[in-house]
Design a protein around this ligand. Structure first.
Ligand SMILES: [Zn+2]
Length: 167
């Protein structure tokens, strides 16, 4: 394992309700997008983005007693979440005992590592947004959409069909 770089500062984060807070010394070791089914489900999202930190450079600064966890015996992983608000917090793997992986979205600042890597990219969901061009949806301020390539007749029922009117 590579040796940690000298600490250049601290990156801190918290769960949704704010009862749990934590910090790591930056730079983190690495960061990546995880497209696996287990991470998708644990986050209820298209994929999870993690920042991996050396455990000794990681600290829970608030609310440690509120951290709940789920151990997946088959995968030999432990996922922790806030017992008050359900925010997915940490992801630990038995085969990497010196590392702790933290949900990237919880950090308020940069972590010293960009998520340049992907795990299980073959599981990328066809409904995941991957940067396609978006245009404003007529009649719905603040909503943009990916214009459908196929020309289909609108049913006139759902929001997006309605919004297409006359386009
Ligand atoms: Zn919380």
């Amino acid at each position: 394992m590579a040796k940690p770089a000298p600490s250049a500062g601290i990156a801190s984060g918290q769960c949704l309700c704010g009862k749990i807070a934590f910090e790591i010394d930056v730079p983190a070791r690495w960061a990546w997008h995880d497209h696996s089914a287990a991470s998708r489900r644990a986050h209820g999202a298209a994929y999870a983005t993690y920042v991996g930190s050396w455990r000794k450079r990681f600290r829970i600064t608030k609310g440690e007693s509120l951290v709940a966890s789920y151990e997946d015996a088959a995968l030999k992983t432990t996922r922790s979440f806030c017992s008050k608000c359900g925010t997915p917090l940490f992801y630990e793997r038995a085969r990497s005992p010196h590392m702790i992986n933290i949900s990237r979205a919880l950090f308020e600042s940069r972590t010293g590592r960009q998520p340049l890597y992907h795990i299980a990219i073959e599981e990328l969901q066809e409904w995941a947004y991957t940067g396609e061009p978006l245009v404003p949806l007529k009649g719905y301020p603040g909503v943009v959409w990916q214009r459908s390539k196929k020309k289909r007749r609108g049913t006139g029922e759902d929001l997006f069909e309605l919004g297409r009117g006359g386009a």
